[in-house]
Design a binder for this molecule. Structure first.
Ligand SMILES: *Cc1c(COP(=O)(O)O)cnc(C)c1O
Length: 382
C-alpha cells in the first residue's frame, strides 16, 4: 500500500480564508466598531451586488438557503392541498420546505448522467394539484432550464431554482437563479460563495414576489408594527453581508479554479475502468461544488454499497478524504414514509446513492494533490 505524505481533505475552508484574511478581518473589525449588527447599508449593498451579478432586478437576503426556499414557497402562496415536484437526490432542505408550508412533495427520478431531475418524468408527474417545480442544480451542474421552463409554462407552474450548490453556474449563458421565477441560494460555508456562518438569498425579476418576500422575512410586517400575515425572522447578519461582499469579488476566480480542477480530474479519470466521471451538458457551465464520480457496482454480486464504501475506506487509508452525497434518497427516508414510496420506485436515484463518491474539490487544490487522489484511486480500484 502507498502511504501518502500529506493527507488531502475533501474540502478546506481555512486555506481560502488565509488568502483573503487581511480584507476580511479589516471589514469584520469595522462592522464590530460600527455598532450596527443587523441590516443597514452593507446588507443592502450586498443585495444589490448579488442581484447585479445575476442580472436580476431583486435580491432578498435571508438567514439560510433553507429559509430562502421556504420563503419562496410562502411568497407563491403554496400550502395545504398543493403538490410540488422535486428530486429525491438532494439535501433534505429542498423537500423539507415543501412539507414545512403544508404542501406535498412529489419525488421523480433523476437523470443518470447529470444526477439532476429527469425532465420527462417531471412532465409525467404533473397533476391538477401541482403548483411548482423545484429543480436542484446539484453539485454545481445546471438543470436544462430551457426544457424545464417550457414544461412549467405550458402548465402554468412556478419554478423555484435551488441554487444552493451552484452560485455562478449558468445555463445557455444565463446564470442559474435568474431563469426560474425565484432563485434560492445558500451561503453555508462550504458552498461556492460561503459566508462565515449561515446565510441565504432569493433572486427574482418579479417585483410583486420581491415585495412579498420582504414582508414575510420580517415577521409579516407590512408597515412598522403592523402585521397582515404570519411571517418569520430571517435576516442576513451585517457581518455576513460584509464578508460576502468581499467574497463575491472572488467568486468567478474560485469557480474557474474549480473548473480547471474538474478538467484535470476528467482527463485521467475517464480512462479508469469501473469509474464514471461526471459530464456537463452542452449548454451548461458547472461550478463544481462537488466532483462526484460513480463507482460502478456492476457484477459485484449486489453488494454495491459495500464496494463504493470499501473504495472510500481504502482512499482514506491512502490519505485521501472523500464524501458520499447522498447515501439515502429522500423518498425512502423515514420522514417521508407516509408518502408511500417503495424501494425500486425511483431506481436511478437509488442506484446513485449506492455508487456516488465526491472527490476532494476546492479552489486551492493543487495538481500534485490531485495526482495523489488519482493515484490512490487507481491503486484501490481492483
Ligand atoms: C445547502 C443546501 C440547502 C440549504 O442551505 P442552508 O443554507 O444550509 O440552509 C438547500 N438545498 C441544497 C441542495 C443544499 O445543498
Amino acid at each position: 500500500m502507498i502511504q501518502s505524505i500529506n493527507s488531502i481533505p475533501a474540502f478546506d475552508i481555512k486555506q481560502q480564508y488565509a488568502t483573503i484574511e487581511a480584507e476580511v478581518s479589516a471589514t469584520v473589525l469595522e462592522v464590530l466598531s460600527s455598532g450596527r449588527y443587523i441590516g443597514g447599508p452593507l446588507v443592502e449593498a450586498f443585495e444589490q451586488q448579488f442581484a447585479a451579478y445575476h442580472n436580476v432586478t431583486n435580491c432578498i437576503a435571508c438567514n439560510s438557503g433553507t429559509d430562502a426556499l421556504f420563503l419562496a414557497l410562502r411568497a407563491l402562496e403554496i400550502g395545504a392541498g398543493d403538490e410540488v415536484i422535486t428530486t429525491p437526490f438532494t439535501f433534505v432542505a429542498t423537500a423539507e420546505v415543501i412539507s414545512a408550508v403544508g404542501a406535498k412533495p412529489i419525488f421523480v427520478d433523476i437523470d443518470t448522467t447529470t444526477f439532476n431531475l429527469d425532465l420527462q418524468q417531471v412532465a409525467g408527474a404533473i397533476t391538477p394539484k401541482t403548483k411548482a417545480i423545484i429543480p436542484v442544480h446539484l453539485f454545481g451542474q445546471p438543470v436544462d432550464m430551457t426544457t424545464l421552463m417550457a414544461i412549467a409554462s405550458s402548465h402554468n407552474l412556478a419554478v423555484v431554482e435551488d441554487c444552493a450548490q451552484s452560485t455562478g453556474a449558468s445555463w445557455d449563458n444565463q446564470k442559474v437563479g435568474s431563469i426560474g421565477h425565484l432563485g434560492c441560494f445558500s451561503f453555508y460555508p462550504t458552498k461556492n460563495l460561503g459566508g462565515c456562518g449561515d446565510g441565504g438569498a432569493i433572486t427574482t425579476n418579479d417585483p410583486e414576489l420581491a415585495a412579498k418576500l420582504r414582508v414575510l422575512k420580517e415577521h409579516g410586517q407590512k408597515n412598522r408594527y403592523y402585521y397582515e400575515e404570519i411571517g418569520v425572522n430571517s435576516r442576513l447578519d451585517t457581518m455576513q453581508a460584509a464578508i460576502l461582499q468581499i467574497k463575491l469579488r472572488y467568486l468567478d476566480q474560485w469557480n474557474h479554479q474549480r473548473q480547471a480542477i474538474a478538467a484535470y480530474y476528467q482527463q485521467f479519470l475517464t480512462q479508469l475502468p469501473g469509474i464514471v466521471a461526471p459530464q456537463e451538458l452542452a449548454k451548461g457551465v458547472s461550478v463544481w461544488n462537488q466532483y462526484t464520480i460513480r463507482i460502478s457496482s456492476e457484477g459485484r454480486n449486489g453488494s454495491s454499497t459495500t464496494y463504493r464504501d470499501s473504495v472510500r475506506t481504502q482512499l482514506q487509508e491512502r490519505g485521501v478524504s472523500s464524501m458520499v452525497y447522498y447515501p439515502y434518497p429522500l423518498h425512502l427516508q423515514p420522514v417521508y414514509q407516509y408518502l408511500g414510496y417503495q424501494p425500486g420506485q425511483l431506481p436511478v436515484a437509488e442506484l446513485a446513492c449506492h455508487e456516488v463518491l465526491s472527490l476532494p474539490m476546492f479552489p486551492e487544490l493543487t495538481h500534485e494533490q490531485q495526482d495523489q487522489v488519482i493515484y490512490a484511486l487507481k491503486d484501490c480500484l481492483v
